[in-house]
Structure formats: C-alpha cells, structure tokens
Ligand binder design. Structure first.
Ligand code: DP6
Length: 327
C-alpha cells in the first residue's frame, strides 16, 4: 500500500485571478498575487489501492458528493497519466474551516491533494511541479503551494504557469466572516460568464495586468500603503466587472459593504487598513502587524474575525510502506 499525506492553507488574492485563457489547461488571462494564510489548513491523505475499481473521496467523515468526487477523480486521472500508473485511490480530506464560515477553500484542497497524490504516485514534489499540478485542480491552488506572498505567473503553456514566492513587508489579513449566504455562483462559472458577457471584461484584464506590475513594485519597495491601495482597488474592480455580467453576479452582500465602509472610516481616523473580497460575501482586511488587533477589534461587531499571518506552503509527508509510519 502506498500512501502520502499533505497539509496546505488557504490563500487570499491581493491582485485577483478572474478569467481563463485556456479552461482545459487552467491557464489564467493574467498573473495574480496572494498571501497564503496561517489559519484553517486542509490535510489530505492519498492511499493507492491496486484492487479498487474506482476512486473514493471522503471529506471529513462522510463520502463526498458526485460533483466534488468528479473533480478529484479527474485530477487523479491527470496524476495517473503523468505517473504512468493505473492504481485507483482513496482520498481522505479534513478541512479545519468551520462549516458555514465561508472559508472552505478549494485552493488549500487542491494544493494538499497535489502534494499527497504526487508523493503517493511517485511524481516530483518540488514547489514548481506541485504549483503547476495544483493549478489544474483549481487555478488559485497554484498559489497555496507557496508560503507567504506568492505571484502566479500567467505563463504561456502548462509548465510556465506556476507560482513562486515574493518578498513583502510583514502584514496581517483580518478575515471577517459576515453573516450572509454562501455564493450561489462558483468562481469557475462567474469567470466564464464575466468573460462572455461583461462589457468591461477587456478593461478588467488590462487593468489587472497593470495592477500586478504595480503590486510587484510596491512589494519590492516594502511599501505597505501602496500594497493596500492596489489590493483594495483591484478587488473592487473585480467585483465591478462581475456585476456587469449578464445575468449580473453580486458576491458582496450588505454585510460585506458594512465592512468596506468601516475600513474606510478607520483609514479616515488614522488606522491604516485595506479591504479585499473574493467570490463570496466575506471580507479580508490587510493591516500592519502592529495594527492587526485594533483592526480586528473594530471589525468584531460586523462578523466573526480571525487574524491571519503569512502561512506555510504545502508540506508533504510520505508514509513508510511497511509500517504505515510517517517520515
Ligand atoms: C475570486 O481558483 O477558485 O478567489 O480556477 O475555476 O477553480 P478555478 O477558480 P478559483 O478562483 C479564484 C477566484 C478568486 C480570485 C483569486 O483567488 O485570485
């Protein structure tokens, strides 16, 4: 029996990925930049079973539904093709994100799956190989392979589209889980609809590329204020292009807007913080480490707050074949 386990964390984009150039290869239209967090890890074990006729996917302690299982099976098919091995597998994944908090992350999930499956099937487990592979499961998973700040290069083919670390000043992200229903439109569908129907899509793509260049400059200069301004503007532009789709998609709820407003008044009062939000109602607020607790206190009335710092990249453990022990 060959088995391996991997741990990975969610990431939040400070310059968003919102559009694919190639849906098959999962190549993005533009590069993006994110912070891998140190909270809410996912742990995934892949155990090969030469006698099994089908893959199995267990999420927590229950068998996953057909849609989630289908994504895992397609991902394992790719791993098997690359490894030249036919065995089916049992995949067990444990998500520490509380159900309903809206923080469950396909990025952490596919980064952990890429790590565990690569080790179990004998594929390379260096960061670049794992980033390329994780991307095929979910684009943003390419970045969860990398610790701390990560830039995902759009690339021009499968092997050139991967994430790598970026130096940046110390920062915290205050996660605010607001009381609002989960997203009704998945990122995948939202991106597709935006590209096909939003009249602002070309402008979004051009501005996201400029935002990434400006963000990399700001990171190089260690300029927190510039990093924050670019992150907030880029996020609101993503939500604007998405709202202009037909039918429109709105991920931000009144409770999300209340957080955005509070962040603006904090800044007016001299507490420097900047907001971002992915394809859902929850808001993430960038702050200097010394200000993070004050920011979290100010936002606590508006949702459930967690202060996150830069987290580790994917970590792979191989199991000893004879004893099932971990190395
Ligand atoms: C808004 O990576 O979840 O969080 O590649 O289709 O699986 P797929 O989408 P996904 O999209 C993430 C979108 C985002 C922005 C970002 O993380 O950059």
């Amino acid at each position: 029996m060959t088995a391996a386990t991997a741990h990975a964390h969610p990431n939040i984009a400070l310059v968003k990925y919102w559009g694919k150039r190639d849906e098959q290869l999962m190549l993005p239209q533009t590069g993006s930049l994110s912070m891998t967090l140190d909270i809410l890890p996912t742990t995934t074990t892949v155990e090969l079973d030469p006698d099994a006729a089908a893959d199995e996917f267990v999420l927590g302690d229950t068998a996953a539904g057909p849609a989630a299982t289908g994504r895992v099976v397609r991902f394992l098919d790719l791993v098997r093709e690359r490894a030249g091995r036919p065995e089916r597998a049992v995949v067990r994944s444990v998500n520490t994100a509380p159900t309903g908090a809206g923080m469950a992350s396909s990025a952490a999930g596919f980064a952990a799956l890429a790590g565990a499956a690569s080790a179990a099937y004998g594929l390379p487990t260096d960061a670049r190989s794992l980033s390329v592979l994780a991307r095929r499961g979910s684009g943003s998973a390419a970045r969860s392979v990398i610790p701390g700040l990560a830039v995902w290069h759009a690339g021009h083919d499968d092997s050139s589209s991967f994430a790598e670390p970026v130096d940046a000043p110390p920062m915290r992200l205050v996660a605010v889980s607001v009381d609002a229903p989960e997203k009704a439109v998945s990122s995948r569908e939202g991106m597709r609809r935006t590209a096909l129907t939003s009249p602002f899509h070309t402008a979004w793509t051009a501005s996201a590329s400029r935002d990434l260049e400006a963000m990399l400059d700001a990171c190089r200069d260690g300029d927190f204020s510039r990093i924050g301004r670019i992150a907030e503007t880029n996020a609101l532009r993503m939500h604007a292009v998405t709202q202009a789709a037909d039918p429109p998609i709105r991920y931000l709820r009144p409770s999300s807007i209340a957080v955005l407003d509070e962040v603006q008044s904090m800044r007016r009062a001299g507490l420097e913080a900047y907001a971002t939000a992915d394809a859902g109602p929850h808001v993430f607020v960038l702050a200097r480490p010394a200000d993070a607790d004050a920011v979290a206190r100010a936002l606590a009335p508006l949702g459930e707050v967690r202060v996150a710092g830069p987290g580790p990249g994917v970590r792979v453990e191989r199991h000893d074949e004879r004893h099932g022990a971990r190395q």
